[in-house]
Each structure stands twice: as structure tokens, then as C-alpha cells.
Design a protein around this ligand. Structure first.
Ligand code: PLP
Length: 405
């Protein structure tokens, strides 16, 4: 058999790439028929040179935009120095990142690193069971999303993601989101933890009802359970604070992170209270690529960017500007039922399916997302400008008003 060089030249057209995918890439994603080749800040370009304004960069991973300069520089430098060594050695970037993440919590946590959100939650589940010393049950919430590997999938209380994959990992108990009594009723002598997203992301940008997270903390204290917060989508400044739970007066036992942590480079991890963290002893858990120098340098550069450019404050301002624009649109457009925003985490509850709106925005050069069928979701970069917010909202206004007829 003859082999040819793989085509990775920038000159392939979108159509050529799509054909290549059709033959060689498993079709487990629904993809738009567009091949993106370059990004800068909140703008991306396709293989034909078309420009798109991106309100959903990297599915939440592009917290500081595409190709953020400090991250690009840090990765370039690190890649020529040391790409990867296993966790049988100490490396400087991993230690520095652990300290940086811990210092931004209120609980002086210790870190474990992996490569994705689902892996971070797997680690949290294992840690909770180790801590439980025989207690193994974890309470999670309807419409939660914790990832696609079997443990995190079992924690995800959405039947549509379980279909055909059973049996799930035993020990997960699902309750309605926001219902403290339901949680209390399901706790028994075998329960070791409660796991929740401070704001449900994939579930439709759902904020916790008043007193909910505090109530979960109280239940954990009363029953000796761990409170695990999945901050894979909400963490790293997305909501205007380093960790979304800092908007409420609670201290978690474990926080999981991924998506935005390393400015678009793959990195996941968890931060645990030291007394809990100590249960993860040698031999209990590992990730070969976890905490590698490139990803950790990228994360450190992300933190530096957020701090030097005042992006936590900017997240709040972005939320306010979107709120003003979207509330004004809601006045004129009956298809909008509710607007849910915390910082740069934005959900627009529609009365209709959102997919056609996403499609029409794409045709006009605006990238947005729809989750839970009827919720438009934007997770914009924190350095999105006011002009870009207006440019995108103008497009959305026109698309929504035209669709309402
Ligand atoms: C995206 C997401 C995950 C899964 O992260 P992956 O990196 O895709 O494994 C888990 N939890 C939440 C809250 C997420 O938004």
C-alpha cells in the first residue's frame, strides 16, 4: 500500500476537509459545514477567508479569546524547553500553577491535574469515595452535565446521554435542581458527597435559587459529606470572580476545573481542601499528561492576562451590556421568555427551538450556541469589546425579529 503525505496545507478548501472527515473521522459530532483555520481574539476565519464574530469561542475554553498573546508566547517558549515529563518528577510550571489556583480560592486547597473536565470529575468522584471509606453514594441534580466518561456520565442526570450506554456506575442519586428537601430526603448512611454546578451550563445557564448552595453546604456539614462543585464551565473568571461559588457565601470541599483554565490548551484539574486532598495517596489515581509543562505554562499565562487586563471586572461589565441589549430585544420580541446572566455566562430562554436562530446567525457571521434545545448560550471572551457586543447583538436582533415575523 502506498502512503501519501497528509494534507495539512492551508490551501485546502472547506469542502476538501469536509470530504476528508466524511471518509476518515468518526461522525459523532454534528458539525457546521465550515472549516475554521485561524483565530484572533473574538474573531475567527474559515478556509475561504470569511470572518466570523465568535460569542462562543472554543465552547467556553476561549475565555480570553483565540490565540491570546501571552498564552501563545508562553507555549512557544515552553515547547522548546520541555514538552513533557511524567509525574514521577517535579516540574516548575505545575507547582506554580497549583499555588496560583489555590491562592485564588478561599480555602487554601491542593491541586491534582488532568486534561479535561470529565477527567477532573472522575478524580473528584474517586476522591469522594476514598474519603467516604465505604460510603459511596453521590447526589447530583437533574439537567446537570459532568462529562462523557462512565463515572461523570453516571453523575450526569440526563437520560438522553445515558441512552444505549447502560448500565451506569452504581451509587448516583438524582434530584430536581434547586430542591433542598429532595436532597435531604435522599441522603442516607452510604452517601459521601453532593455534586453540583454552581450555575448549570449545558442544562441551560440555570442559576441556583436563593439559599440553595448555602443549604447544600449545611446538609454536607450535618451529614459529613463532601460538597463537590463542578466549575468546569463557570470557573477561572467566567462569572466575574475566579470561581463562581465566590458569589455565594460558601466554601466547597472540592472544585473541578477545565475548559477555560489554560486559555484554550487542554488542562483539567481539581482543587480540594487539604484534609480531603490527602486521601489521594500514591497509587490511587494518575493522569499521564496531567499537569504537563505546556498546559501549566498556558494556564499561568491565562491568569496573568486576566489580572493584568482587569478581566474579572470586564466579565461583569460584559454581562451588564448583554443584559441591557437582550432586555431591550425582549421588549420587542415575544420569542424571548427569560434572560439569565452572571458575568460572561449568558443564557436566553426562548419559547421556540434555538437551532434555526443559531443557523441564521452563522449565515450572518455570528457564532453562538444553543443548549437544552431552547436556550441560546453565549460564553464570550472576557476581552470582547463593547463594539463587538453591539455588532453581534445587532445581528441577533435582526435574526430574532425576522424569525418572530
Ligand atoms: C464541558 C463540561 C464538562 C466536561 O468537560 P470535557 O472537557 O468535555 O470533558 C464537565 N462539566 C461541566 C460543567 C462542563 O461544562
Amino acid at each position: 500500500m502506498t502512503t501519501t503525505m497528509p494534507t495539512i496545507t492551508a490551501s485546502s478548501s472547506s469542502q476538501q476537509t469536509i470530504e476528508q472527515f466524511r471518509q476518515y473521522v468518526i461522525g459523532n459530532y454534528t458539525r457546521y459545514p465550515v472549516c475554521l483555520v485561524r483565530g484572533e481574539g473574538s474573531i475567527v476565519w474559515d478556509a475561504e477567508g470569511n470572518r466570523y464574530l465568535d460569542f462562543f469561542p472554543g465552547w467556553g475554553c476561549g475565555l480570553i479569546g483565540h490565540c491570546p498573546p501571552r498564552v501563545v508566547e508562553a507555549v512557544r517558549e515552553q515547547v522548546g524547553q520541555l514538552i513533557h515529563v511524567p509525574n514521577t518528577w517535579y516540574t516548575e510550571p505545575q507547582g506554580q500553577l497549583a499555588q496560583a489556583l489555590s491562592e485564588r480560592t478561599t480555602f487554601q486547597g491542593k491541586c491534582f491535574f488532568c486534561n479535561s473536565g470529565t477527567e477532573a470529575n472522575e478524580a473528584a468522584i474517586k476522591l469522594a469515595r476514598l474519603y467516604g471509606q465505604g460510603r459511596y453514594k453521590i447526589v447530583t441534580m437533574h439537567h446537570s452535565f459532568h462529562g462523557r466518561t462512565m463515572g461523570s456520565l453516571s453523575a450526569t442526570a440526563q437520560p438522553k446521554y445515558h441512552a444505549g450506554m447502560g448500565p451506569m456506575l452504581p451509587g448516583f442519586t438524582y434530584v430536581p435542581h434547586g430542591d433542598l428537601d429532595a436532597v435531604a430526603q435522599r441522603i442516607d448512611s452510604e452517601t459521601c458527597a453532593i455534586m453540583v454546578e454552581p450555575i448549570q451550563g449545558e442544562g441551560g445557564v440555570r442559576l441556583p435559587p436563593a439559599g440553595y448552595l448555602e443549604g447544600l453546604r449545611e446538609l454536607c456539614d450535618r451529614h459529613g459529606l463532601l460538597l463537590i462543585l463542578d466549575e468546569v464551565q463557570t470557573g477561572m473568571g467566567r462569572t466575574g470572580k475566579w470561581y463562581a461559588h465566590q458569589h455565594w457565601n460558601i466554601t466547597p470541599d472540592i472544585v473541578t476545573l477545565a475548559k477555560a483554565v489554560a486559555g484554550g490548551v487542554a488542562l483539567g484539574g481539581l482543587i480540594a481542601r487539604p484534609q480531603v486532598a490527602d486521601y489521594l495517596k500514591p497509587g490511587t489515581h494518575a493522569a499521564t499528561f496531567g499537569g504537563n509543562p505546556i498546559a501549566c505554562r498556558a494556564a499561568l499565562a491565562t491568569i496573568e492576562t486576566i489580572e493584568q487586563e482587569g478581566l474579572l471586572e470586564r466579565a461583569t461589565l460584559i454581562g451588564e451590556r448583554f443584559r441591557a441589549r437582550l432586555e431591550a430585544l425582549k421588549e420587542r420580541c415575544s420569542l424571548i421568555e427569560q434572560i439569565r446572566i452572571l458575568g460572561a455566562m449568558i443564557g436566553v430562554q426562548l419559547t421556540i427551538e434555538g437551532a434555526p436562530i443559531v443557523q441564521k446567525c452563522l449565515e450572518r457571521g455570528l457564532l453562538i450556541n444553543c443548549t437544552h434545545q431552547t436556550v441560546l448560550r453565549f460564553l464570550p471572551a472576557l476581552n470582547l469589546t463593547d463594539e463587538q457586543i453591539d455588532e453581534g447583538c445587532d445581528i441577533l436582533d435582526e435574526v430574532m425579529l425576522a424569525h418572530a415575523g
